[in-house]
Design a protein around this ligand. Structure first.
Ligand code: PRP
Length: 284
């Protein structure tokens, strides 16, 4: 049995739940029920705050967890990143009010900077030899310049809507972040198989993203040659003989982007009965 910590709310909750469901790990819980059994007998889910997950994983309260890679940095937790995921992208930025005299990092000398990411901010000041005054808040950081308690902020940006709604402009990006699966260092040894299974499943889901499974019949040897030339596939397409002599079925994995062009060329080459299927996982 492994315990996996996931965000109990916020923008990472739904995509994490969805990703686990695709991996065959479904649970009912959320708002109130914070520890849940799942459809996988090997996995129990703990629902906690996204920013607390690195610490829970570090001390072994959870074997693994889904969180933001920036929060792993911020927490300074001694955990392993098992795999990066394909959602939860955001940046940590330094921003100032429109028209501010602060135009670059060096203008921050002796200024007040509000943030909830005190470790990332502290490291940034140290690396840039800036002596700034840090003002720690736990959220809604963008309001602090309006309240006159900060000259600049260091905070997450996703769409940029909150910055512009509060008339703030970015000066510099401190780091890029994405959702990731992390694991406790002991669990990585003691529960290697279980964690590896979750990792492969997640990587398979990411690998299948924007990919389709395509099947096409080639009714002659000449057409088969053309069809094989057109199909990119992961390695090389699979060619199967049909019951009728001299006829073949060709299977391949094709990116969604390339699909329309590939289908047109297959038709032009004499390909028949083209089927396109969704893919669940691609594990190289
Ligand atoms: C985050 C972040 C920004 C906002 C950025 O806050 O701290 O405030 O989202 O998103 P945007 O660029 O798409 O506007 P969150 O909603 O997590 O709440 P918080 O302010 O309480 O941390």
């Amino acid at each position: 049995m492994i315990k996996i910590a996931i965000p109990n709310k916020g923008r990472m909750y739904e995509p994490t739940k969805e990703m686990l469901a695709q991996a065959g790990i479904r649970f009912s819980g959320g708002e109130r029920k914070l520890v849940c059994r799942t459809t996988s007998k090997n996995v129990e889910i703990m629902l906690v705050r996204t920013e607390d997950i690195p610490k829970y994983v570090e001390i072994g309260a959870a074997d693994a967890g889904f969180t933001g890679s920036d929060l792993v940095v911020e927490s300074k937790a001694n955990v392993s990143i098992v795999t990066m995921l394909n959602y939860g992208a955001c940046r940590v930025v330094l921003a100032v009010p429109e028209g501010s005299k602060i135009k670059s990092v060096k203008d921050l000398q002796n200024k007040r900077v509000a943030t909830k990411l005190v470790n990332i901010a502290g490291e940034f000041f140290k690396n840039n030899r800036i002596n700034a005054k840090m003002f720690e808040v736990s959220g809604a950081v963008e309001i602090t310049p309006l309240l006159g308690v900060a000259d600049a902020i260091i905070d997450h940006v996703d769409t940029g809507a909150t910055l512009s709604a509060n008339r703030l402009v970015e000066i510099v990006t401190l780091l890029d972040s994405k959702a990731c699966l992390i694991a406790n260092k002991n669990s990585l040894v003691e529960k290697k198989k279980e964690i590896e299974e979750v990792k492969l499943s997640l990587q398979g889901i990411i690998g299948a993203e924007n990919m389709k499974y395509l099947m096409v019949n080639a009714p002659s040897d000449e057409i088969l040659k053309e069809v094989v030339r057109i199909l990119p596939a992961l390695e090389s397409p699979t060619v199967l003989k049909l019951a009728k002599q001299g006829k073949y079925a060709v299977h391949a994995v094709v990116s969604e982007q390339a699909l329309a062009g590939v289908v047109r060329r297959l038709k032009e080459a004499g390909g028949k009965d083209i089927l396109v299927l969704n893919l669940e996982k691609v594990i190289p």
